[in-house]
Write a protein that binds this ligand. Sequence first.
Ligand code: CP3
Length: 349
Amino acid sequence: MGSKIFVDACLGRETPYTPVWMMRQAGRYLPQYMAVRERAGNFLNLCHNPEMAKEVTLQPLDIVGVDAAILFSDILVVPNEMGMELEFIKGRGPIFHKPIKSQEDLDALRGGEDASSRLTYVYETIELLRAELDRRGDNKALIGFTGAPWTLATYMIEGQGTKSYNISKRMMYKNPELLKAILSKVTDVVKLYLERQIEAGVDVVQIFDSWASAIEPTKYDEFGWSYIIEIVDHIKAKYPDTPVILFPKGVSPFIERGLVYGNFDVFGVDWSTPMALAKEKLGDRYVLQGNMEPCRLYSKEMTTECVESLAETMRGGRHIFNLGHGILPDVPVENAIHFVNECKRASRR
Ligand code: CP3
């Protein structure tokens, strides 16, 4: 088998062009995704069905032409299998009906091996995908993923998405021991979860800290970053050749203060961070991934302008094209295809 351009790029090797994928690339902007979700009945059923999850994972490869597939699942299956009842409600997003309020609530949840061994549908989906990608032989990569402990904890504590994070942050300042106990318990599950994903056949893993920017910079290391690095160190000790991508959203103040460290391979740059700043501060240590503002996808001209500018900024550097956060459901498919084609054209060597 030849080498995978996406994996090569994660490891900082020379590639014929800069590979590209999009966060949330399997999703509602694709009519073919909507058709499979309809057949599944709802979103969680789709996550629980390896054949259908495989099908939607592959759709962006076939329809949009990206260089890597990302496992179709959700970060919230982890707290769900720890024992928290989860529902996705149309128009409201994810809901945990019994959020964690106390040490007793936390003690009632499954930890490490007990929780990670219940995620069999994820591992089966990966096994099916591995077999299919190997059969195709076109060297497209498969990305596994997890939420970072802090981002998962916000949902487990708030019970739903939040704008102010006031319940999680009240715990951070008034009961930090409980927050740390939650973060540690989640960290232990996530370590085993990523291990099992790698064993099942993913080429690369990405850690999403989508709500990193909710923590003030002087507290982020203590409640966010240090748990991520514990996970990274655990994975790198066992699987030194598997690239790890970290995506902490909204952290340019931390980048400027030099607070980014750790033994991961790729730093995912969000759209609010200038790529030139990320390159100056981090480009010698990490491959950089990103970072077009996802709403530029509404305009082909604005997409081309950004792709060309990113290609120019990253010329001679180590780069993977992506959006600076997830693609939105009302983006025309042809504009997503245009983005992918433009990335390949503008970076061809
Ligand atoms: O293509 C892919 O990226 C793979 C699948 C994937 C999903 N969620 C599918 C999904 C991935 C990697 C995620 C990660 C995820 N989930 C994150 C981190 C990434 C980010 O965007 O910051 C977060 C915070 C979640 C939690 C979550 N899941 C929310 C807040 C929502 C509701 C918001 C929304 O977009 O509806 C989900 C639902 C969800 N996860 C959908 C998909 C395709 C939409 C469900 C549907 O089909 O209705």
